[in-house]
Design a protein around this ligand. Structure first.
Ligand code: NDP
Ligand code: MG
Length: 385
């Protein structure tokens, strides 16, 4: 076996693609975790011979036990279960591909245990970047980016020195509503927002891509992963999603990573690093594309993007607050409780209303997250967004 991994969020978009990579490259799988999809989780556990399975919702544990009754898989539940998986011995890499802030505590548990992490769960770094990066550095734990842009930056850094970076070009597809005015987005439905032009992803990140919150989260993620200041990151809308991001060095030479938009490339690179080997994705034909386009993002229409940059520039708990507000607002939009534009309004309102403070412990992050979510819930009840 090449390596042994665990996957948190194995039933999701990234998780299932990671298991395809595991299947293709005979990567060992020690443990898998999901939120509530017992059916797929039990099938995955059997196929990969995992020793541990965690289902977050404990009311689903009996169902999972029944499905796995012919095995001796250890079944875990809840946050304790995720933490136990994060602390297993004999694991080379833990892939964290759960969606949302819930990924923070297991990430910290893996770091404390000394397990390297392949990180898809960007909310972790947005909310707790300082704590996560400092602790990983202390423990000598590596964090390999899975997000395509950050993988592109990581790949463009190979063979070069971090201290020679001048800036980063973070590319953005622009999502389904690129070029629309604010007023034109008033009556956007969840169905329209869930139609991403280039990528097939989970619902939450697809909405984040439509509001450009996703690019804001990635801006913050890049700052932490590559030790950059906000001024060093330029966001460029690149509709074709072929150039996944680039690094500009001190000699003004720019190195980029290109490829078809398929998450299997960055997932595989993170799991098998430093090995570069065959990957079952389409060949990139630049002549099929013919032309690649570039534009500036619209910070006024896409308020979430601006809010993220303001939050990380101020620092402290504001990125956690903005992220928590967005998670609550996206859930409310998907369940038809608020409008599409309501997401940006609520995120901006939380940014402006939160009293900032320094992050001293994980509790400060969780507290800011909780406060932002309750604020959003209260405001939704008070008035229509
Ligand atoms: P999905 O919604 O497709 O999948 C989420 C996964 O997390 C599912 O397996 C889900 O389980 C699991 N999960 C959710 N909550 C919990 C919990 N509390 N405990 C255990 N498991 C949980 O999301 P994606 O795969 O699209 O995204 C995952 C992360 O990766 C996000 O942070 C996203 O921003 C990031 N990302 C995704 C990309 C993509 O292409 N999809 C690209 C770059 C980053 P269940 O199925 O049971 O609900
Ligand atoms: Mg991305």
């Amino acid at each position: 076996m090449m390596k042994t991994i665990t996957v948190l969020g194995s039933t999701g978009s990234i998780g299932t693609q990671a298991l395809e990579v595991a299947r293709e490259h005979e990567i060992g799988v020690k443990a898998l975790a999901a939120h509530s999809n017992t059916k797929l989780l039990s099938e995955q556990v059997k196929e990969f011979g995992a020793e541990y399975a965690c289902i977050f919702r404990d009311d689903k544990a009996d169902e999972l036990k029944e499905m796995l009754k012919d095995t001796d898989v250890k079944i875990l539940t809840g946050m304790e279960g995720l933490k136990e998986i994060a602390r297993l011995d004999g694991v080379d890499i833990m892939l964290n591909s759960v969606v949302g802030m819930v990924g923070l505590v297991p990430t910290l548990a893996a770091i404390d245990h000394g397990t390297d992490i392949a990180l898809a769960n960007k909310e972790t770094l947005v909310a707790g970047g300082k704590l996560v990066i400092e602790r990983a550095r202390e423990k000598g734990v590596k964090i390999y980016p899975v997000d395509s842009e950050h993988s592109a930056i990581f790949q463009s850094l190979q063979g070069n020195s971090m201290n020679k970076i001048k800036s980063i070009i973070l590319t953005a597809s622009g999502g389904p509503f690129f070029g629309r005015t604010y007023d034109e987005l008033k009556n956007v439905s969840a169905e329209q927002a869930l139609k991403h032009p280039n990528w097939s992803m989970g619902n939450k990140i697809t909405i984040d891509s439509a509001t450009l919150m996703n690019k804001g989260l990635e801006f913050i993620e890049a700052m932490w992963l590559f030790d950059l200041s906000p001024e060093q990151i330029e966001i460029v809308v690149h509709r074709e999603s072929v150039i996944h991001s680039a690094v500009e060095y001190c000699d003004n030479s720019v190195i980029a990573q290109l490829g078809v938009p398929d998450m299997k490339i960055p997932i595989q690179y993170a799991l098998l690093y430093p090995l570069r080997t065959d990957c079952s994705v389409k060949h990139l034909s630049l002549t099929d594309y013919g032309r690649l386009t570039f534009a500036k993002p619209d910070f006024e229409t896409f308020k979430c993007l601006k809010a993220c940059i303001r939050a990380v520039t101020a620092g402290g708990i504001l990125p956690a607050a903005v992220n928590g507000a967005n998670e609550a607002a996206v859930a409310a939009f998907l369940s038809g409780r608020i409008s599409f534009l309501g997401i940006g309004e609520l995120v901006t309102e939380v940014l402006e209303k939160t009293e900032n403070k320094e992050i001293l412990s994980v509790e400060d992050i969780l507290c800011a997250d909780r406060a932002a979510r309750s604020y959003v819930e209260e405001r939704i009840i008070e008035r229509r967004y």
